[in-house]
Each structure stands twice: as C-alpha cells, then as structure tokens.
Design a protein around this ligand. Structure first.
Ligand SMILES: Nc1ncnc2c1ncn2[C@@H]1O[C@H](COP(=O)(O)OP(=O)(O)OP(=O)(O)O)[C@@H](O)[C@H]1O
Ligand SMILES: [Mg+2]
Length: 348
C-alpha cells in the first residue's frame, strides 16, 4: 500500500498532522492529532471531524484552489482553551493530490500574552488611583484651599501618603523584575536562619509595637540552621511575612515565628529548615490560597490598600523561594488565623 509512506512520514513528526485526500477524506492521521480529534477518523469526510467553520474554509481553499491557507483552532471542550495555529498546504501523495493540515500549539504563547496584558492593566490601575488623588489635591491647593493653612497641611499629608504609595509600588515592581531575572541563578552564600530571623524581627518590632502586636520567636535554636541562600532576599521574604501577619492578622495580638529542622518531606532529597509565621487573626477562606502568590492578588483589596499594601509581597517571595528551591505552604481558615510556612533545603 502506497499510503504507508505518507503514514510513516506523519508518524515521524511530533506535531498533530492530518492528511486529506482529493475525495476530501482523511487519508492519514498521526498520534498527536488522534489525541486532539479522537480515533476512528481515518476514511471519514474531514468535515465530520474538523467541524469548525473557519477550519473548513481553510481546508477547502487548500483543496480546491491548491493554495496554502492558515487559520486558528481552539478546542471548545477544553476549560483551559487550548489554541492552535492551523496550516493547510496542498501536497502530492501516492494517492494523488491532497492537503496536509498541521497544528501548532500556541496555548502557552497566548497565556503569556494575556498575563502580560493583565499585568500592564494592573500596574496602570494601581498607579492611576494615587495619581488621580495627587492631581486633584494639587488642583485644590492652587484654587479653593490656596489661603487655607489648615486644609493645606491636611492635603499635603494625604499627598505625601499617596506619593509614598507610588514609590512603594515602583520599588516592588523593580524588585519583582530583579528576582525574576536571577531566578535561575543558585545562591552561593550560606545563611544562618536563626540570626536572619532574629534580626528581621528586631527590625520589624517598632511596627509591631505600633500595632500592639508581640513577635515571639520559638523553636529549634540549638541546631545549626544554615542553608544556602541569598541573605538580602530571604530577609525580604520574612519581612513581608511578618509584616503581613501584623497588618492582616495582628488582631490576635501575637505573631509567632517558629523554626525547625526537618529530616524529610516529599520533594526534598535531604533535610530542610521550616520557618512558620503564625498569626491569630481573622484568617481567610482557603479558596484564596492558590491565588495568594499571584501579583496584585489580595484577599480583601480594600483593606489591603488602606494598609498601604501593593499586593506584590507574596509574588516576590514566591520567586525568591523558587530560586532557593524552597517551598511555600499556606494554611488558614476564617476566624482561625493564618500560617505561612517557608521550607528551605539544607543542601550539602
Ligand atoms: N497573615 C495574613 N492574614 C490574612 N490575610 C493575609 C495574610 N497575609 C497575607 N494576606 C492577604 O494576602 C494578600 C497578599 O499579600 P502580599 O504580601 O502579597 O501583598 P500586600 O501585603 O497587600 O502588599 P505588599 O506586601 O506588597 O506591601 C494581602 O493583601 C492580604 O489580603
Ligand atoms: Mg505584604
């Protein structure tokens, strides 16, 4: 049989491919295309298999006019909306002239595009709010409040806060882009987590005291808890976790930071150090957990903004932990506080 050559060619290519003959029937289909369109399609009219109108137009053009044609195909049954670039080209096979249809998976590309668009929209939105406030206060100060000293003082105070918010946002964005850039570069220093946690807590205590929160450090302070790590970045991670615990979970009055050395866990070859940051605050519904490390994601966006948060802290922390081959574990329930655990491999 002549068509075994076409079939073996199709089988050698990892992209989904379908060969359609002059009678508009499917002459050959390779395994990746079977995965897309199902089995038992050979010999059937292509319209019964490739049902989308754009795809039918595209193949018809290639079959009838003997011209190359392109289109898009999205799998309608898929929740993740897989998307393909379709290319139909006239070919000559042993059985005569036909059309070879190939599918290039562009799902990841589209997803990345979408993420980039969302990110730009989010950044613009986050900057626009404080900018709008600043502009309107400048307007008021130039006009109505020009000679009103009390109003002037008050407005300048608000303007300062809004400008600081923009400053924090820009600093966080720069920090995010830096940690993304060196995410693949392994840290070379070694960091004693006991010292690092102690000094981070010391730096944050004034903020805790202002909020009426006590920071208690507990756990395994005798063992050596030194891990390969980038000290500045790890300080950034734990600062954000302690800050969050005070800002969002401070209602419970105490934030506990617990260190422990663990021998084994799924995903870790050797031992690791676990640092838990635990608060007794309001907690949140666990449905939020998978999305907490997304950029700009906030459980209660109004409250978070009031408290000056940019929603980038945990996203930055996640990138830093990836770089350290570490992991995040988040647990919470409404009314039961929250526990953010950082797992860092001890390394060799
Ligand atoms: N301990 C906690 N208790 C309750 N909610 C929390 C806690 N930690 C974080 N969250 C929620 O997770 C969101 C994301 O936290 P993240 O640190 O990424 O951003 P942020 O604190 O709002 O801003 P930034 O850290 O950039 O100043 C917060 O806005 C808050 O809604
Ligand atoms: Mg934060």
């Amino acid at each position: 049989m002549g068509d075994t050559i076409s079939k073996s060619f199709l089988a050698a290519v990892p992209l989904p491919l379908i060969l359609i003959d002059q009678q508009e029937r499917i002459e050959a289909i390779n395994a990746p295309a079977v995965a897309l369109f199902g089995s038992a399609t050979e010999g059937r009219h292509y319209i019964t298999v490739l049902r989308q109108p754009l795809m039918i137009d595209c193949i018809e053009k290639a079959l009838k006019q003997r011209l190359e044609a392109r289109t898009r195909f999205t799998r309608p049954d898929q929740e993740s909306a897989e998307s393909y670039r379709v290319y139909a080209a006239p070919v000559n096979s042993e059985s005569g002239s036909g059309v070879l249809v190939s599918f290039e998976d562009v799902t990841d590309l589209q997803r990345a595009e979408q993420m980039r668009r969302d990110f730009v929209a989010n950044v613009s939105h986050e900057l626009k709010t404080p900018l709008t406030a600043l502009l309107s206060f400048i307007e008021t100060l130039k006009g109505a409040a020009r000679d009103d000293e009390i109003a002037r003082e008050r407005f300048l105070g608000i303007m300062e806060r809004e400008a600081e918010r923009m400053n924090r946002l820009v600093a966080d964005l720069l920090s995010l882009s830096r940690v993304e850039t060196d995410e693949r570069v392994r840290p070379t220093e070694r960091v004693d987590l006991r010292n690092l946690i102690q000094s981070t807590a010391t730096a944050i205590r004034p903020m805790a005291e202002d909020a009426g929160v006590e920071i208690a450090i507990m756990g395994d302070m005798d063992h050596d808890l030194t891990v390969p790590g980038d000290a500045d970045q790890l300080v950034q991670v734990f600062t954000n976790l302690m800050e969050n615990a005070i800002k969002y979970g401070g209602g419970g009055g105490v934030v506990t930071v617990a260190l422990s050395r663990q021998d084994r866990a799924p995903g870790f070859k050797d031992g690791f150090v676990q640092v838990d940051v635990i608060d007794q605050g309001d907690g949140f519904d666990p449905v939020h957990i998978p999305r907490l490390t997304e950029r700009f994601y906030r459980v209660d966006s109004h409250r978070s903004r009031e408290l000056g948060g940019t929603g980038l802290g945990l996203a930055i922390a996640k990138h830093i932990l990836n770089r350290h081959r570490g992991r995040f574990r988040i647990e919470s329930a409404p009314g039961r506080g929250a526990r953010f655990s950082v797992l860092l491999p001890l390394g060799s």
